[in-house]
Design a protein around this ligand. Structure first.
Ligand code: MSP
Length: 758
């Protein structure tokens, strides 16, 4: 006789021998800055931590799942100032948005720590500081460096890309400060060894290499405090009221402050060291470098693992509010359902790597995995048990399915490796197995033959067992839907570790069987949001806004946006280059009167700039082109197809033309008169250039970021490259030139772009 136990016993977790004697599991997420509401990247991180926490709870472990908010960053104050709100009001508003989102997504956190919590967090942060100080690891020094407010971090020149922070596409500020430093350099070797030996396991492994290499080169001491005037609401440095803690020193401590590190109370004893920190790839350096260094210094045990997720990309790039291509998780879950949003993030974004989001991918995944496969499977099985068994399992029926063991092994192994994507695939593989089983057995035909009634019972029993196991596997991913499934099996109270235990021994039998309400419906055309994928970015307001002062210049401007362009630098370039030479030739030999009319327009550009105090040596772009045209020995450079097209129109009309990568624009673009504090990053340059006071410039919403100065041209920050597919074109004339003239040039440019690049 077969041992029934062994068939389903794979349902239990494959236990890690290290934790056999321990039935607790702890997990944390990074604590997000609350300068804005949560985005889908945050949702991914919360869901990843939640799926792991729920899995471990289902294994009967006592789980402590910690999340919270990071509330002392410089960016938060800047945002509050911009919004005209007291910092506290802004923080509280955004903390609520995060908490609402956590609730909506069913994130089963056990604790929420805020870094402004003076009772729980501050004493811990100060205690940790003192411990590090006792070890001689905190010292005072002066530092001049490039600070990126977005990262809340000093950057080295080598960290920058073309002078900009690669995470924020923004030039950091040079600041000098008298600060306390943490002697991280002392721990370089040790941290390197710890990572190499996997004492702290970095998942995926390849992410550790970068940090190991940094340790081999030697980590630099890190500034750990800020002058109080800069961050007045920060945590005071013990023994020096003129300084507050650096936001990362403060924030990293959250992991232990929530667990009552000060008193080393019950929580700390039970849950520290944490089993896994879930974080994004951009903050690995802090967690695998600084945090481990801090813990080593203070003699605190190290986390066991760090799970590093990648970025969620949308429309081919990183989402950012400034690009206007943010997917709002709250809106997404409201429209499609929480289970659907969770399932997509957990099953489609590869663990540890960057992944794509698009409404098309999202809907395809829901329709195939959830509606067609899983939903249909459950529905068919329960409909048939209604029909053929009258909604009750006949007594003494065997429900064993030997294949289950294999599915559970794959599922459990995946969770041991923190690979929930693989676990989801195992669950879907089980569903596919069930659907195939039904198709092969054809129970509806068996039901027609009384002789086959015994066989029918076995088949139905197996089908039901498969549904039951699927429900358990679904719990960590879509707990609400798993509950609905269990309700249909009359077992809603068994959806817990005890139930899973009973499932292992085939003791868990479905009671009153009911066909569930529609588990997952297909996303039909009327409900589809696929068209949103087409809207590449939120377009700046058109016509472009002009500041009151700049209005006095009376500049006629026509701007238009084009999206969905063919990426540049392909065969278009080859063909266009040939044509380009012909165009230039024709322009060089156009009638003199036409030439003269263009030069008159350019003279207006000089005149305008002169009246604003801009020296004539700063030659307008359109004049530069004319100089090239007047000297046939000079070859006019062909930078890329888009630039060639607008240069052609510019040279033909004498107006100023420019093109900017829409994806790199932050909000609206407007024309303003500079007050002298604005910066401009000239094309191909790495250094910022100040824009002279009184001159006019095109800026994006931040005001200080000048896209182009002196006519409309291009600046490095928003320059069109061979990856650009969406562009804002600006055609600008001068006082006294009719708007229709400008429009004509704009239309010609639009036609050319359409012809070559759509
Ligand atoms: N406050 C710090 C974390 C301190 S932890 C001691 C911080 N906050 S954050 O709001 O910028 O990011 C919070 C988490 O979200 C980080 O793990 C970060 O990697 C992650 N993500 C932020 N944007 C993301 C995407 N677009 N995609 C995926 N995750 C991203 O860093």
């Amino acid at each position: 006789m077969r041992d029934k136990r062994s068939e389903a016993e794979g349902a239990g977790q494959r236990r890690d021998p290290k934790r056999r004697e321990r039935s607790s599991f702890s997990i944390t997420t990074a604590i997000p800055y609350v300068n804005g509401p949560p985005h889908i990247g945050h949702a991914l991180e919360f869901c990843e931590a939640d799926v792991i926490a729920r899995y471990h709870r289902l294994q009967g472990e006592e789980v402590y799942f910690l999340t919270g908010t990071d509330e002392h960053g410089t960016k938060i104050v800047q945002t509050a100032e911009k919004a005209g709100l007291p910092v506290k009001t802004l923080i509280d508003q955004n903390v609520k948005k995060f908490q609402d989102m956590l609730k909506q997504f069913g994130i089963s956190y056990d604790d929420f720590i805020r870094t402004t919590d003076r009772k729980r967090h501050w004493p811990s942060a100060q205690k940790l500081w003192k411990e590090m100080e006792k070890k001689g690891d905190i010292y005072k020094g002066s530092y001049t460096g490039l600070y990126c407010v977005g990262c809340e971090e000093f950057k080295l020149e080598k960290d920058l890309f073309k002078g900009l922070c690669p995470n924020h596409d923004k030039a950091p500020e040079r600041i000098t400060q008298e600060n306390y430093f943490f002697r991280l350099s002392k721990y370089s070797k040790k941290i390197g060894q710890i990572l190499k030996s996997k004492k702290v396991k970095i998942v995926p492994e390849f992410r550790a290499h970068e940090i190991i290499a940094m340790c081999d080169r030697g980590l630099e001491d890190t500034s750990f405090s800020r002058p109080k005037e800069q961050l007045s609401w920060g945590i005071p440095v013990p023994g020096d009221s003129s300084q507050v803690m650096y936001v990362w020193c403060d924030a990293l401590t959250n992991y232990i402050s929530a667990m009552d590190y000060v008193k080393k109370g019950k929580k700390f004893k039970k849950f520290w060291p944490v089993d896994v920190h879930v974080i994004g790839k951009d903050i690995l350096r802090f967690h695998a470098g600084i945090w481990i260094g801090m813990l080593l210094s203070a003699g605190i045990p190290l986390p066991k693992a760090e799970l590093i997720h990648g970025w969620v990309h949308y429309q081919g790039g990183r989402m950012s509010k400034s690009k206007g291509n943010v997917v709002d998780p709250v809106e997404l879950a409201d429209h499609y359902g929480v289970a659907q949003a969770r399932y997509y993030l957990l099953s489609e974004i590869p663990v540890g790597l960057d992944g794509d989001f698009s409404y098309a991918l999202f809907e395809a995944k829901i329709n195939s995995d959830l509606a067609n496969n899983l939903g249909n499977f459950v529905n068919r099985v329960l409909t048939m048990t209604q029909r053929f068994w009258n909604g009750k399992i006949p007594k003494g029926k065997s429900l064993s399915v030997p294949e289950l063991k294999k599915f559970w092994k794959g599922y459990n192994d995946a969770f041991q490796d923190f690979d929930h994507q693989k676990a989801a695939q195992k669950m879907i593989a089980l569903v596919n197995f069930g659907n195939k089983f039904i198709a092969e057995q054809r129970p509806w035909e068996m039901a027609k033959e009384p002789k086959k009634s015994k066989k029918l019972d076995i088949v139905l029993g197996k089908m039901l067992q498969l549904v039951l196991h699927t429900a358990f596997m679904l719990v960590p991913f879509c707990p609400d839907k798993a509950e609905l499934m269990m309700k249909s099996l009359g077992l809603e109270k068994s959806l817990n570790a005890k139930g899973l235990e009973a499932l292992k021994t085939d003791k868990l039998l479905a009671k009153k069987l009911q066909v569930p309400d529609l588990l997952f419906s297909r996303v039909e055309k009327e409900r589809s949001w696929i068209s949103k994928d087409e809207m590449k970015t939120s377009l700046p307001a058109l016509p472009l806004p002009v500041s009151e002062e700049a209005k006095k210049l009376n500049l006629p401007i026509v701007a238009f946006a084009m999206t969905g362009l063919k990426p540049l630098g392909t065969s278009v370039e080859k063909r266009l280059k040939k044509e380009w030479e012909q165009w230039i030739h024709d322009l060089r030999f156009r009638p003199e009167a036409e030439q003269k009319a263009v030069l008159e327009i350019i003279e207006k550009a000089y005149h305008l700039n002169h009246s604003l105090g801009v020296p004539r040596t700063d030659i307008p772009g359109n004049a530069l082109l004319q100089q090239f045209l007047s000297d046939p020995t000079k070859k006019i450079p062909f930078i890329n197809p888009l630039v060639a097209l607008y240069n052609f129109v510019e040279a033909k009309y004498g107006f100023s033309l420019g093109a900017h990568d829409l994806a790199a624009l932050k909000g609206d673009v407007w024309l303003k008169i500079c007050d002298g504090s604005e910066h401009y990053l000239p094309l191909g340059s790495e250094g910022l250039k100040k824009v002279p006071k009184g001159s006019y410039a095109y800026c994006d919403d931040e005001g200080k970021r000048v896209l182009c100065w002196l006519e409309v041209k291009q600046g490095q920050e928003t320059a069109v490259t061979d990856k650009t597919t969406q562009v804002l074109f600006v055609v600008q004339g001068y006082s006294g030139i009719k708007l229709e003239e400008i429009q004509k040039a704009a239309d010609e440019l639009k036609g050319l772009v359409k012809q070559w690049m759509l």
